[in-house]
Design a protein around this ligand. Structure first.
Ligand code: WQD
Length: 340
């Protein structure tokens, strides 16, 4: 049974990926510093798959601890690296926290992986690297624009670090998955998104408003150059996104990659406006969400949705779940954690 390390494996996307890995017969070891998650997630994973993954609480900023970990777990077949801070707004207020937590940790992990026999590495990147792309849908060779936030910059720098590592280590194979907007929860409602404090992202704010935790949703701007005036994004169900990680890992394990650094957009290829997301929520929940229009949010791009040809035809992955599926799963998860 191949052993895979998942850093940040108790997080939103990490936990859903661990479920898919275990269901595909991989042995999983999770590292997480619990800064933005809890060990309850392990119970959720076990409830779904019948197996509790090995978990080690570890702060990847502690270089010596990272070295100790890899001495103990030297028979890894691959690493999927989620561990990072990911709040755009927070990164503007605390840039050094983001550079330390997202960059130093990546360097420490990469240094250890180079010592392994088989070094197969999946990197959690983001469509943020494209900034406001000129052309929709966005392809992988769209120019990387100057980052709008330190968070986005850490993803761009992360990809450059990996690329430079691949150049000097031909045995090191990496794939960067550029996520669009991950939303939703596992259909079992045993795991899902656990935003701490006031949610920054649209969908958890919608479900918390519907659950009565928030007064109303503020729609940040309805005067954009889009059909209904609100921003457009590519909302991808987190389970589809998780499956993309397993398929990308298998591509490296089976040595199907055509170069030792590849990037893939992971999205549905469909753009949905904020109002269309609200409409989807109302449809699947039978509610009428309380929202109001508010001024634009600093740093928002007008439109971002993926060209998924490369993921579909080269990686062999395609999103299967719809916006309605994702909104229903998000609502069911919210009701579960609020005992509604
Ligand atoms: C989506 C749309 C908002 C909240 C960010 C990161 C990206 C990734 C996903 C980590 C925008 C609007 C939102 C609200 C609103 N994160 N909105 N009211 O900004 O596209 O992407 O999260 O990897 O890297 O950049 O996602 O969910 O914050 O916003 O109107 O209360 O919803 O203006 O148009 P975003 P989001």
């Amino acid at each position: 049974m191949k052993k895979i390390l998942v850093t940040g494996g108790l997080g939103f996307i990490g936990s859903h990926t661990v479920v898919e890995l275990q269901e595909e017969g991989f042995e999983v070891v999770i590292i997480d510093d619990l800064s933005n998650s809890s060990t309850d997630v392990l119970d959720g994973i076990e409830a779904i798959t019948g197996k509790k993954p090995v978990f080690e609480e570890l702060d990847l900023k502690e270089k010596a601890d990272v070295e100790r970990f890899f001495k103990k777990h030297h028979n890894l077949s691959g690493v999927i690296h989620f561990a990072a801070s990911k709040a755009v707004g927070e990164s503007v207020e605390k840039p050094l926290l983001y550079y330390e937590n997202n960059i130093n940790t990546l360097v420490y992990v990469l240094k250890e992986i180079l010592g392994l026999d088989a070094s197969n590495f999946i990197f959690s990147s983001s469509c943020t690297v494209y900034g406001q792309a000129e052309k929709m849908p966005i392809t992988e060779n769209a120019p990387v624009q100057p980052a709008e936030s330190p968070y986005g910059n850490t993803k761009q720098i992360g990809e450059e670090i990996i690329k430079d590592t691949c150049k000097i280590a031909p045995k090191f194979n990496a794939i960067a998955l550029r996520y669009f907007n991950p939303i939703g929860a596992h259909p079992s409602s045993k795991i899902g998104e656990l935003p701490i404090g006031v949610p920054q992202n649209l969908v958890p704010f919608i479900t918390q408003t519907a659950a009565g935790l928030r007064e109303s949703l503020s729609v940040f701007g309805n005067d954009y150059s889009t059909p209904d005036g609100t921003c457009i994004r590519d909302y991808i169900h987190v389970v589809d996104l998780a499956k993309a990680h397993v398929i990308a890992l298998r591509r490296l394990l089976d040595k199907k990659n055509t170069s030792n650094f590849e990037t893939f957009n992971v999205g549905t290829g469909l753009g949905s406006s904020v109002l269309e997301v609200i409409k989807s929520f109302d449809k699947v929940s039978g509610q009428s969400l309380n929202y109001k229009f508010a001024p634009r949010r600093e740093g928002d791009v007008v439109s971002a949705y993926a060209n998924t040809d490369k993921a579909n035809n080269v990686l062999g992955w395609k999103a299967r779940l719809t916006l309605d599926d994702a909104m229903l799963s998000a609502w069911n998860w919210e009701k579960k954690i609020r005992n509604l």
